[in-house]
Design a protein around this ligand. Sequence first.
Ligand SMILES: Nc1ncnc2c1ncn2[C@@H]1O[C@H](COP(=O)(O)OP(=O)(O)OP(=O)(O)O)[C@@H](O)[C@H]1O
Length: 274
Amino acid sequence: MSLSQQQDIDFIVQAKHLYLDYAQSPTDSEHAAVVEDANFSIERGEKFVIIGSSGCGKTTLLKAIGGFIAPVQGEILLNDVPVTKPGPDRAFVFQDFEQLFAWRTVLDNIVYALRVTKRISKQEAISKARSYLELVQVAHAANKYPYQLSGGMKQRAALARALALEPELLLMDEPFGALDAITRNQLQLELNEIWKRTGVTIVLVTHSIQEAVFLGTHVMVMSSSPALIRKIVDTRHAHEFGSQEFDDLSIHLRSQLIHQETKSEELAELSAVE
Ligand SMILES: Nc1ncnc2c1ncn2[C@@H]1O[C@H](COP(=O)(O)OP(=O)(O)OP(=O)(O)O)[C@@H](O)[C@H]1O
């Protein structure tokens, strides 16, 4: 992409020479870099998917975009302004089914979040909460408590709560990872529909190559040891399961992931010989 083409694109997030780690001090050698020199941009309104092997730093990167982890070097820009703390312009959905407040009903979970972050009237919060519960098709469970819901319903409710905040960025960490295959497919389809209706920018972490190709507009492959961004693949034209493009891209992404695993195994073997 030429420089002039890049300048025409409306980027909501830009990471520039980003380094992240969990070191307690500059001399803390136990905690190696989790992300090294990451450079990537996310267009407004896209679904940007991050994949990589377990422990390669996907969640860490998501937390940094959320403002929960400060860069050691480099920066993350949100609408051209460096991210320094969390804000209501970013909402999270996690894999964990227990992310709702157990002592509040589904409706109250959303009303509470809205009242705290948006400072709107109770009536306004209730009406907004109801409309988002309808959007994610869980309005019938508005008065239930989390323990009365299935895993899929809990994820829908968590999604409704995040969407109700009308964030600019929806940060999703393996949101469907703990669901059965059928519910997972259903929620993938629905997320696509919700995305089309709301236009929210989504950054989604997954272990599933199929989910990445199906949902993503771009898929970023991360490698561990070293903790680098291996490749960013344009997947805008490959959403149909079973199509040639879908299969080709899945194979391509798999080869990127396998290549890096093989490489780290080779490195481990070499260091064992040394
Ligand atoms: N709070 C923390 N303190 C110290 N190290 C951490 C902390 N959280 C994560 N790490 C380490 O950072 C590295 C990256 O973790 P992270 O959770 O970002 O990986 P991930 O790619 O999301 O993994 P997974 O796919 O298994 O969820 C791992 O080595 C992990 O042990």
